[in-house]
Design a protein around this ligand. Structure first.
Ligand code: A3P
Length: 434
């Protein structure tokens, strides 16, 4: 049955009002269909995600907001309430004339050349590495090792949130949002390292994990974590505390920031018995494009204060993380690390998930290739709102595993823009570069 446009628009406005009321601001009474979400209502990108997730919940289906929010491969600057309502109306009624920009024949400017001296090179990389914070020294005796766990190792923007949520479809695994534990010695160090406006959402993963494991509400889980911080529990003990309540399930920690520092990766070996690792790979140009689009460096004050531009920072993050993972993999048994390419995962999910299950010695479960099956059970819902989930918010804008994402970067970049050093690492990661 056809749903009326006005009823859709009314629902969109009412959801919008409830989002605004959560901000604690006075609701302006001049909000109307043509009001612009960013310019007039004060939306930030995470609010778009919250609106999209709430609308999908209302209509109990995925609507593919990616098509509305992305134009020419970048987020749109602004949208009116009417545009959002119109999109929802068309999706719900199957009047699907939403074309991708590619199909619509829009011209996209592709970056195919940059002079050699502007490319990433060894000296830029050394400068970049000096920005990375060292892992604080650990004092005292080392506790005995925790039971085995699995770590997904990759730089940000490699499809790690998608992989996490796919794995969360297995009843034999416990796969919470980013935990950010391995990079700190103690819970209080972790709290002070992440407690600022750019990073405090990264503290949410442990809270969401405890809510799921112990069936606690957000407030209780928050208080419990604060208690651990006050007692200065070690992060290894905190892991153990989670591991002892997950029964036979295996913990999977996907936290992309670990790979930036080889010492952090080594911690997984000292703190866990026979840990296993999934080395998640993505073509450097795909990662760089995604990194730039997500404006990730804005969230990292140390990086945004550097003289490097966003593309250079993205390339050097890719390069350093993979170089570290490759070096780390040489120090452990090869049977404990499995390379998985994002491109294969999105093009051939079933085969890739079978391969991962064999590696982890768990059964294949069909729900693993249906990542949009159950947000709550897979902890893709955030502690209070989905837009605060520690991970990729774009995950919510897709409505299924999107194979077209694998090579989308080719519209924007040529491999010629990469530094020689990056190309070499990409070849070692199994990419055929010219
Ligand atoms: P793009 O920005 O190129 O689209 P991470 O979680 O490691 O930060 O990775 C983010 C990337 O995973 C983004 O890449 C995002 O779109 C992609 N991704 C998230 N959900 C996806 C899905 N359902 N299908 C394909 N790609 C997905």
């Amino acid at each position: 049955m056809q749903v009326e446009f006005l009823s859709v628009q009314e629902k969109v406005i009412s959801i919008l009002m409830s989002i605004i009321s959560e901000w604690g601001d006075e609701i302006e009474d001049d909000i109307e269909a043509k009001s612009l979400l960013v310019e007039e209502i004060g939306f930030a990108s995470i609010d778009f995600v919250q609106l999209a997730v709430a609308i999908e919940k209302e209509y109990d289906r995925k609507l593919g907001f990616q098509n509305l929010l992305m134009k020419d491969g970048a987020y749109v600057e602004d949208l009116s309430i009417q545009e959002v309502s119109n999109f929802v109306y068309k999706q719900i009624n199957g009047l699907d004339d939403v074309q991708s920009d590619h199909e619509a024949g829009k011209t996209i400017s592709k970056l195919s050349f940059i002079p050699d001296h502007e490319k990433v090179n060894e000296s830029k990389l050394q400068q970049f590495k000096s920005i990375i914070k060292p892992l604080p020294v650990r004092e005292g005796m080392l506790a005995s090792k925790n039971p085995s766990a699995v770590f997904i190792l990759s730089p940000p923007r490699s499809g790690s949130t998608l992989l996490r949520v796919m794995l969360a479809g297995s009843p034999q695994l416990f796969v919470p949002p980013e935990l950010h534990l391995l990079s700190y010695n103690t819970m209080s160090q972790r709290k002070s390292g992440l407690d600022d406006e750019h990073s405090n959402h990264l503290l949410e993963g442990t809270i969401r994990a405890l809510m799921q494991l112990r069936d606690w509400d957000a407030e209780y889980a928050r208080e419990f974590v604060s208690g651990c911080e006050e007692k200065d529990l070690s992060c290894q003990q905190f892991y153990k505390l989670m591991q002892t309540t997950m029964g036979k399930r295996l913990l999977v920690d996907k936290t992309p920031s670990y790979a930036i520092n080889l010492d952090i990766l080594k911690r997984a070996e000292t703190d866990f018995e026979n840990a296993k690792y999934i080395h998640l790979l993505r073509h450097p140009c795909g990662t760089i494009r995604s990194y730039e689009e997500s404006k990730l460096t804005r969230m990292m004050p140390l990086m945004s204060a550097s003289d490097f531009n966003g593309r250079e920072l993205a390339e050097m993050t890719w390069q350093s993380c993979h170089e570290n993972i490759l070096e780390f993999s040489e120090q452990i048994d090869s049977e404990r690390i499995l390379p998985v390419k994002y491109e294969d995962l999105v093009v051939n999910p079933e085969a890739e998930v079978h391969r991962i299950c064999d590696f982890l010695q768990i059964e294949y479960h069909p729900e693993m290739i249906n990542p949009y099956g159950d947000n709550q059970a897979r902890m893709a819902d955030g502690v209070e709102v989905a837009s605060k989930m520690s991970g990729d918010l774009k995950f919510h804008l897709h409505s299924g595993i999107d194979s077209s994402a694998a090579l989308r970067w080719q519209e924007f970049y040529s491999e010629d823009i990469l530094g020689e050093i990056t190309k070499n690492t990409a070849r070692r990661c199994g990419y055929d570069l010219v």
